[in-house]
Design a protein around this ligand. Structure first.
Ligand SMILES: NC(=O)c1ccc[n+]([C@@H]2O[C@H](COP(=O)([O-])OP(=O)(O)OC[C@H]3O[C@@H](n4cnc5c(N)ncnc54)[C@H](OP(=O)(O)O)[C@@H]3O)[C@@H](O)[C@H]2O)c1
Length: 321
């Protein structure tokens, strides 16, 4: 089968499309013929080994996972002997997480993890980008126990995580203030933000309002700068380690002092099948639609990486396999 392979860490050009062995489904796995996948920030980080510390988990000198890609949508080609919840021919989508492998024509994934059937009226390219951003957003929202009527600020509402967060917060009934640049003010309002701040014209950390939760979905702020926006007991959440990789440390320290706290949850620890059920329901009801920026073919994956690394993608970049 064809796959996008990288055998060394480095810039987008280390990736090339090559023939590799086709995987087979073990007893509790489903073999998916991939129709659509994405290039996301996780793929960029792993490909470049940035931050350096990721090498401890994915290979010190060269990558252990040579085919990247976490999000996928496609058709079930084969199922293992123990699989009862999926059948050959099902249209499915999901997230391969720390196993990667989605930048390929075929992918074998566990039947009890991040896997669900595609809602009837949606195409593969529409659902492939609906797992990573949505599951990070869900994890952040659930960790903060955000409720109807709470005031939440989302910094970076046009990224994959931010655009999912705004939609899911609207669905919950929170009051959402969101930041983006001038060109995307209307788009973010349409996603469901009650109030939009143009970050090119205004420093949101100087905003006169205060919030129950500040959710940085783009890693461009810090707890120190956002502290004054938080009400007593308020929470600062981030999808990113932060400028000095301080967010995990602050998440351990700030609860010791009471008052305003940092939370840095790990989405990999969630009940994967339950997350996929929620995402599927939100897609079926139309409450959530992933934003799609550009589409590329698998043989254009170097261009896709180069674009994602500009840090300016709107929602997700889809690869037609
Ligand atoms: N914890 C993890 O394992 C994990 C996994 C995935 C992603 N992440 C992190 O989560 C963050 C978001 O990733 P993502 O894929 O959702 O999106 P992304 O590619 O990082 O976000 C791009 C968007 O951010 C907006 N943006 C850029 N600078 C901004 C600023 N100063 N203020 C507000 N918005 C700004 C851009 O919109 P405009 O054109 O409007 O500026 C663009 O739409 C990244 O930092 C990524 O590293 C973490």
């Amino acid at each position: 089968m064809r796959a996008a392979v990288s055998t060394a860490y480095g810039p987008p050009e280390v990736v090339r499309v090559a023939e590799v062995p086709k995987p087979a489904a073990t007893d509790h796995q489903v073999l998916v013929k991939v129709h659509a996948t994405t290039v996301n920030r996780t793929d960029c980080g792993l490909r470049a080994a940035r931050p350096f510390i990721v090498r401890l988990f994915v290979g010190l000198r060269r990558p252990r996972f040579t085919v990247l890609g976490t999000e996928f949508a496609g058709e079930v080609e084969a199922v293992g002997a123990g699989v009862t919840s999926f059948a050959v021919g099902d249209r499915v989508f999901g997230f391969s997480g720390s196993r990667f492998g989605a930048h390929a024509e075929y992918l074998a994934v566990p039947d009890d993890g991040w896997l669900a059937t595609v809602p009837a009226d949606l195409g593969y390219e529409e659902v492939a980008p609906s797992t990573e951003g949505a599951q990070y957003a869900l994890t952040l929202i659930r960790t903060a126990r955000i409720r109807r009527g709470q005031d939440v600020l989302v910094n970076g509402a046009t990224g994959a995580i931010g655009s999912a967060a705004v939609q899911l917060l609207r669905h919950l009934g929170a009051t959402v203030t969101a930041t983006c640049d001038t060109d995307h003010l209307e788009l973010v309002r349409r996603l469901g933000a009650d109030r939009v701040i143009d970050y090119t014209a205004e420093d949101f950390t100087r905003d006169a309002r205060t919030y129950d939760v500040v959710l940085d979905a783009v890693g461009k702020s810090s707890f120190r700068r956002c502290r004054r926006l938080l009400r007593p007991g308020g929470l600062y959440l981030s999808s990113d380690l932060g400028p000095l990789s301080q967010n995990p440390v602050l998440a351990l320290l700030t609860p010791l002092f009471g008052g305003r706290k940092v939370r840095f949850p790990n989405p990999m620890r969630q009940d994967q099948a339950a997350v996929m059920r929620t995402v599927r329901e939100l897609l079926s009801s139309g409450e959530f639609r992933p934003l799609i920026d550009r589409r590329y073919r698998l043989d254009q994956i170097v261009e896709a990486y180069t674009y994602v690394e500009t840090g300016r993608k709107i929602g997700s970049v889809v690869i037609d396999v």
